[in-house]
Design a protein around this ligand. Structure first.
Ligand SMILES: NC(=O)c1ccc[n+]([C@@H]2O[C@H](COP(=O)([O-])OP(=O)(O)OC[C@H]3O[C@@H](n4cnc5c(N)ncnc54)[C@H](O)[C@@H]3O)[C@@H](O)[C@H]2O)c1
Length: 308
């Protein structure tokens, strides 16, 4: 199987490192407008192949023509990010130009691979990708609130001092300040949070404080280390694995909404063919209001920065 990786900055290089050890791809093509950087990352990764734990796969820097037989393409290409940006939407204007260019170049070569967007603001970028040409919409998706969902479970687990994998919960809406944690459907090993607190004698959780942390923690990481890449790389690699193995996972991803006017995250059934079904789940009143605000915010970003 063949992977195309477009953008090999902080996030792209971590994805390359993680995906190399997935042992799913025999070929990986790396494309970046900074060709020197692409060459450097590729050779650095090739040098791990003299070690017993690293499979001998073909990792090369290349061009769009090399994507003709790709199975999946991951896009992290982006204008420069800056820890002092007020919000991810500050990247919109520049990254609308990037995604337009990327989609046209892919389309000229192939319309077969699934395309996973990571570039921010990921909802708007995923939407724009569906509008640039007639690339099949169901093959285009973004990581959306998959990352927030992991952060949400981690924050809850930290409060209770348990394994985050014992928390069942997810986040929908916008990847950013308008992420919506779905508290009404959050459980721990099948128990409601109230039941869990009662049975475990753990202190009750402050939902408002956790909700406020979900986006803020990314800026804490951004501020402290200058970028975020580890968790988003793992998020992307898990998604790519699910797609390629046709696992039929249901994940909070962003894709073209039913009304065709934006992309937003909701639980989404994805297969080797791409987006199969988006679940319009029932929400409580607060969640519904927050979800509508998230959609309005994404719509406003699209209207301000993208005129077709
Ligand atoms: N969706 C998420 O959850 C999430 C999480 C973290 C970061 N991000 C986003 O991922 C993107 C990448 O972040 P990063 O830290 O790796 O940035 P970075 O600046 O380190 O890397 C971006 C790379 O894209 C390349 N590039 C720019 N234009 C290109 C084009 N037209 N074609 C090919 N390559 C191009 C640049 O040369 C650079 O190497 C950003 O938009 C960031 O906000 C998203």
């Amino acid at each position: 199987m063949k992977l195309g990786l477009i953008g090999i900055g902080k996030v792209g290089s971590q994805i390359l490192t993680d995906i190399q050890y997935l042992n799913l791809f025999s070929d990986i093509v790396v494309i970046d407008t900074n060709e020197q950087l692409a060459r450097g990352e590729v050779v650095d990764h090739q040098h791990a192949q003299g070690l017993k734990s690293t499979s001998h796969i073909r990792i090369n820097s290349g061009d769009y023509a090399d994507l003709v037989d790709a199975d999946v393409i991951v896009v992290t290409a982006s204008i420069a990010t800056d820890p002092n940006l007020p919000d991810r939407t500050a990247l919109t204007k520049g990254n609308v130009a990037v995604v337009t260019d990327v989609m046209n170049r892919i389309h000229a070569v192939t319309q077969q691979p699934l395309i996973v967007f990571v570039s921010n603001p990921v909802d708007t970028i995923t939407y724009v990708a569906t509008q640039v040409n007639d690339y099949p919409n169901e093959k285009i998706m973004g990581t959306g609130t998959l990352l927030e969902s992991s952060r949400f479970r981690t924050l809850i687990a930290k409060h209770y001092d348990i394994d985050p994998k014992s928390v069942e919960g997810f986040v929908i809406g916008e990847h950013g300040q308008h992420a919506v944690p779905v508290w009404s459907k959050t459980t721990i090993a099948g128990m409601s949070l109230d039941e869990f607190e009662l049975l475990s004698n753990k202190a009750s959780i402050n939902r408002t404080a956790i909700t406020q942390q979900i986006d803020k923690v990314s800026f804490d990481v951004f501020h402290d280390k200058g970028w975020t890449n580890v968790a988003i790389a793992k998020t992307t690699v898990e998604l790519v694995k699910s797609l390629m193995l046709n696992e039929k996972s249901i994940l909070p991803l962003t894709s073209l909404a039913k009304n065709g006017r934006l992309a937003v995250s909701l639980p989404t059934l994805v297969t080797r063919q791409g987006v199969e079904h988006v679940f319009q789940i029932a929400l409580d009143e607060t969640e519904q209001q927050q979800f509508e605000q998230a959609q309005a915010y994404i719509q406003q970003t699209i209207n301000t920065h993208y005129h077709k």
